[in-house]
Ligand binder design. Structure first.
Ligand code: SAM
Length: 344
């Protein structure tokens, strides 16, 4: 009891000394949770400033850890803050922080990968998709090990307007390993252009705000970190289901430095070469271009051409050139059967 009273007073007086949280609770970073902490409050405030104004916003912070960014968010006078943290060791200090905020902060002990944001915000925070973004912001110094699968999952949610995007075009301010941040914002024909660039930019306005040197973190990771903001677009650049766009991009970027035709061919069984030729012809793209030389408009045309073929021959979408030989044979036979039916 005395310890907790002491900690309450201590933390409410010294809210800015995040390092003390680690010392008081004897917390050592866990590698398996990608824990690299930001103890420098100026840096935490700089990240939060990238999110522009948070006043009156409903904010959700991913992985608050010892709470540096959490405190910087609180200083911005947001309307309500929810934090999602997997490591139970941080719950006591987060509880003390939330105590100071009365009912304005909510702590969720859980895994963000499994967490559904569908009902996280009040209904009156909702904005029509076509209007300005709602007063909702998702922010976090993401653990490296979940950042890429998490952003892919959220981009899928954005495309289907579900989860936090059921409320409108909720904005994000997130950290990524520098190379990943550069890929997200990579322009056409750049060295960093990849599947993640096209899939992010077809759904969102993306901006790399600044780079944080690795040495600022405790413990320091081997790489630097980029702070990226993302605002969902009113109209996605490719108006087709997420899984279809993702599949086309995955296949074409798999052979990043080869002619895009190599990747296109892997979308179809080897005994149906006319289908890859049809996809190229319908889309009007130059099959000699490499994946990173193709513009968003060209990807749009490629995805639509692939979709047209899938509409006519549904088994094509299920075809997976990486399946076992036995499965691939079965899939190829179904495709051949549907192609034949189509011709008749
Ligand atoms: N925000 C803190 C900071 O900037 O100092 C900590 C950042 S640290 C890079 C990542 C945080 O995310 C850690 O607190 C870690 O425990 C938490 N974390 C890791 N995996 C998580 C998951 N799947 N769901 C929620 N939190 C997670």
């Amino acid at each position: 009891i005395y310890l907790s009273i002491y900690l309450s007073i201590y933390l409410s007086i010294y809210l800015t000394t995040v390092g003390e949280v680690l010392r008081l609770y004897r917390i050592r970073a866990k590698k398996q949770l990608s824990q690299n902490f930001l103890l420098d409050m100026n840096m935490c405030r700089k990240i939060v400033r990238s999110a522009s104004h948070l006043k009156n916003h409903y904010v959700c912070e991913i992985g608050p850890g010892p709470g540096g960014i959490t405190q910087a968010i609180i200083e911005k006078n947001c309307r309500h803050l929810t934090v999602i943290e997997k490591d139970a060791r941080f719950l006591p200090s987060l509880k003390i922080l939330s105590g100071a905020l009365e009912d304005k902060m909510n702590i969720i002990h859980g895994d963000v990968m499994k967490f559904n944001m569908e009902n996280l915000f009040p209904e009156d925070a909702k904005q029509p998709w076509e209007s300005h973004p709602p007063y909702i912001h998702i922010i976090g110094n993401l653990p490296f090990n979940v950042s890429t699968p998490l952003i892919i999952k959220w981009l899928s949610d954005i495309s289907y307007r579900r989860g936090a995007w059921r409320y409108g075009r909720s904005r994000l301010t997130l950290t990524f390993q520098k190379e990943i941040a550069e890929r997200i914002v990579a322009p056409l024909a750049s060295n960093e252009r990849c599947r993640l660039s096209v899939i992010s930019q077809h759904l969102c306005d993306v901006d790399l705000k600044f780079i944080i040197p690795g040495k600022v973190f405790v413990p320091p990771p081997k790489v630097d970190v980029g702070v990226v903001t993302m605002t969902p677009l009113i109209k996605p650049k490719i108006k087709l289901p997420f899984e279809l766009v993702e599949k086309v991009l995955r296949h074409i970027f798999h052979h990043r430095n080869k002619k895009c035709f190599y990747g296109i061919k892997t979308l179809f069984p080897v005994d149906q070469p006319q289908l890859s030729e049809e996809m190229v012809e319908k889309s009007g793209v130059n099959p000699s271009f490499t994946s990173y030389q193709l513009s968003m408009e060209e990807y749009d045309r490629l995805c639509h051409a692939y979709n047209d073929i899938c509409q006519r021959i549904p088994a094509i979408f299920e075809y997976d050139f990486r399946a076992t030989p036995k499965q691939r044979l079965l899939q190829s036979n179904t495709v051949a059967h549907q192609v034949k039916e189509n011709i008749l």
